[in-house]
Design a protein around this ligand. Structure first.
Ligand code: PMT
Length: 398
């Protein structure tokens, strides 16, 4: 699980039916350790209550900037000053207009004017309002000033209309926040290529050779690299996982396609991390029609797939990290792969151990380089990714 402990975030909730989703957003951010200050416009209070957010964040939520009984009026400057990011979700057409025009008419627009922290705007409104040139113009103004506009998604809206206007999913918004907070991290300005998932090698038009990789380990690495500032390209086999925000996703199917994408992207990369379970063999020839169930047995002739890591060779300035998925002789096999594939680091992964390897949310690995062995405890895959990236960041700097 990503960690946002003690990050100082201000969440602005404006008047939209999507305000109910902001409660989930506030809950998830608080669980991730954020010190969350919530501001609501008077219109937002028509949909949700300050008490909802106060209960979720454990801190006061502010609405009325003229309320003499609260410290809100002076506080906006303090909130604006200490905020590491101002997240406006949902952002109604009115709030977007106020922030773009610099009108300090409520707690959100006031704070937006006072802060120098990055602003993330998550529009939510009916398609006609979103598409109106006034709204589009205001969003352009905000983008021009460096704000991040996240969404909206296209879909069915509460009004019954369909079109662009649904607020982005909470996890996407949190991805955007992590991206914004991570800029300037220790992988800032570095390009990292990550591979994830399993490849599928077609046998005939309806069958393939595959494996149990879910993509979770590779996606965690991609997100963790993005969270520390890297420019990330994720080359993924088929995986039922959401596209991580601000990560360039290249979807592939076969080992040969993964090879082409990885080699291409690595030409200008600083590091490559191959977490994908790449098929070692593929059918010698593709069968054009579905194989019929007529014979008792069936033999297929297989040939080796390209070894992507080996083909990358050695290039000055490219850090190469592999994984070794093993069911026996973990360290001996991992060490052999480290040498044969010319790697800087290998992540030895006993995929038969409890809570490890394919499909699980956790993993237990040993990090091996030419000199040392570092055994990690059973960790969430994001934490494993963070530990791998500690090593990658050090190697890239060297
Ligand atoms: O996706 P999950 O469900 O989260 O599961 C994660 C995982 C178990 C897939 C992952 O942790 C893992 O161990 N990935 C490596 C799987 C693998 O193919 O290991 P290997 O020991 O067969 O290959 C060694 C290395 O060479 C790997 O980095 C692999 O990506 C790479 N390789 C393999 C074959 C090939 N043709 N070209 C390669 O570059």
């Amino acid at each position: 699980m990503y960690n946002l402990t003690d990050r100082q975030i201000v969440l602005g909730v404006s008047g939209s039916i999507a305000a109910y989703k902001a409660a989930d957003l506030a809950s998830k951010l608080t669980q991730a350790g954020v010190r969350l200050d919530v501001l609501l416009t008077p219109a937002a209070v028509e949909f949700v209550t300050p008490l909802t957010f106060q209960s979720l964040s454990g801190r006061p939520a502010y609405v009325d900037m003229f309320d003499t009984s609260s410290a809100a009026a002076e506080l906006h400057i303090e909130l604006a000053r200490r905020a590491e990011a101002l997240l406006i979700a949902p952002a109604s057409a009115t709030t977007i207009a106020r922030v773009a025009l610099g009108l300090a008419e409520d707690m959100i627009s006031l704070t937006a004017l006072a802060t120098r922290a990055p602003i993330i705007v998550c529009p939510a409104m009916d398609p006609q309002m979103f598409e109106h040139e006034a709204t589009q113009g205001h969003l352009e103004t905000l983008r021009g000033r460096g704000a991040h506009v996240v969404g909206p998604e296209v879909g069915r809206l509460a009004s019954g209309h369909t079109g662009p206007g649904r607020m982005s999913e909470v996890d996407t918004i949190i991805g955007a926040l992590r991206y914004v907070l991570g800029r300037g991290g220790d992988l800032g300005g570095k390009k990292v290529v990550v591979s994830a998932g399993g490849t599928q090698e077609p046998i005939d038009p309806v069958r393939y050779f595959g494996n149990y990789s879910s993509g979770k380990m590779g996606y965690a690495l991609a997100e963790a690299a993005r969270d520390r500032g890297a420019d990330v390209v994720l080359v993924s086999g088929p995986a039922a996982l959401p596209h991580p925000y601000a990560v360039r996703l290249l979807s592939v199917r076969r080992a040969a396609e993964m090879r082409d994408a990885v080699l291409d992207e690595c030409a200008a990369a600083d590091a490559v991390i191959m977490a994908a379970a790449v098929a070692d063999y593929q059918p010698a020839e593709a069968v054009g029609q579905k194989i019929k169930r007529r014979r008792e047995g069936l033999s297929l002739s297989l040939v080796r797939t390209p070894d992507i890591l080996a083909e990358l060779g050695q290039r000055e300035g490219l850090v190469k990290v592999g994984f070794a998925a093993e069911s026996e002789e973990l360290l001996a096999n991992a060490r052999r792969k480290l040498e044969e594939k010319g790697l800087d680091l290998i992540v030895a992964n006993d995929v038969t151990a409890e809570g490890c390897g394919f499909g699980s949310d956790t993993n237990k690995v040993i990090l091996l380089d030419g000199q040392s062995e570092e055994e990690l405890p059973l960790l969430d895959k994001y934490e494993v990714a963070a530990r791998v990236l500690d090593r990658v960041a050090a190697l890239v700097r060297r």
